[in-house]
Ligand binder design. Structure first.
Ligand code: SAM
Ligand code: 2KA
Ligand code: SF4
Ligand code: MG
Length: 261
């Protein structure tokens, strides 16, 4: 799959009537994060994202989206090759592709449990068992002093665009009210947890459904074991202090976040 030169072109895709999606990889692993951590799952990773988190551990498909497209039948047949009943649709940002609803409907019809990993900036109406929302805090914004993993595209452009796009309370409120959800925050320091606490408070103010502390997960920043060793202790301490749930990153602990894990 060739690397797409114009990183923006995938961010708003014309819909293909065969349900086609830009797919970076489809692989089988343990769900590494969140309430379902440890469950053998099939991952469908779409390409392209509308944000550019400097820490993105999938920059090969967000900052530099690959361009391979698979139609619905091709995706489903690859998923069917694996034994898991759980499918995790992720990216990149999967919710920027309308056709994700077509895939999710087909997976539901085939009896799969589906999780969507999303940055919470786009709302889609689809049959999803768990929406795993990871709202991006101010510490995610790329800056000249915080260049993105993998070199990345033009930070100047993306610092503004990321900051403008990363938080949408209408979308967050709709997702929380429409789906079983978890809120999963990447933690680099205590300021992130204070910001997450404010965001949860705002969400509680607009949501007609409860946002329980056990639905709020703190996840240490790190795409390597070495980096996680620096951040997991603080994150666990903050989870205890603030009463939120701690989530590991099992795929990093086990396999250093190698491709296909
Ligand atoms: C690559 S993202 C794809 C889905 C979606 N775009 C999102 O951000 O939620 C998958 C998950 O990895 C998390 N993530 C990405 N890079 C990370 C890092 N360096 N450390 C910890 N979590 C990270 C994201 O917050 C998200 O929960
Ligand atoms: N094992 C494993 N678990 C994951 N949970 C969320 C992931 C993601 O990239 O969305 C992910 C991933 O990339 N690998
Ligand atoms: S929103 Fe998700 S995929 Fe996009 S850059 Fe951030 S972590 Fe990566
Ligand atoms: Mg990942």
């Amino acid at each position: 799959m060739s690397v797409n030169s114009d990183a923006n072109s995938l961010d708003s895709q014309p819909q293909h009537d065969d349900g086609a999606l830009p797919i970076n990889e489809i692989f089988h692993s343990l769900q590494g994060e969140g309430k379902l951590a440890g469950i053998p799952s099939t991952f469908v990773r779409t390409s392209g994202c509308n944000l550019r988190c400097w820490f993105c551990d999938s920059y090969h498909t967000s900052w530099e989206p690959t361009h391979g497209w698979l139609n619905l039948d091709e995706v489903v047949s690859k998923v069917e090759n694996f034994a898991s009943n759980h499918v995790v649709v992720t990216g990149g940002e999967p919710m920027i592709h309308e056709n994700v609803t077509v895939l999710l409907s087909e997976l539901r019809n085939r009896g799969y449990h589906t999780t969507v990993e999303t940055n919470g900036t786009v709302y889609l109406d689809a049959p999803i068992n768990l929406v795993s929302i990871s709202p991006k805090l101010s510490s995610s914004t790329p800056t000249k002093g915080r260049p993105p993993a993998g070199g990345g595209a033009d930070v100047g452009v993306w610092e503004y665009q990321h900051e403008e796009t990363r938080l949408d309370y209408d979308v967050l409120g709709s997702l929380v009210e429409s789906y079983d959800f978890q809120l999963k925050f990447v933690v680099t320091n205590e300021a992130d947890v204070k910001e997450a606490q404010t965001l949860v408070g705002e969400l509680r103010g607009v949501s007609s459904v409860p946002v329980r502390n056990e639905d709020v997960l703190l996840m240490p920043e790190g795409m390597t074991r070495e980096r996680l060793a620096e951040t997991r202790g603080l994150t666990a301490k903050l989870a205890l202090e603030y009463g939120y749930r701690y989530t590991p990153r099992l795929h990093v602990d086990l396999w250093d976040d190698a491709p296909g894990t």
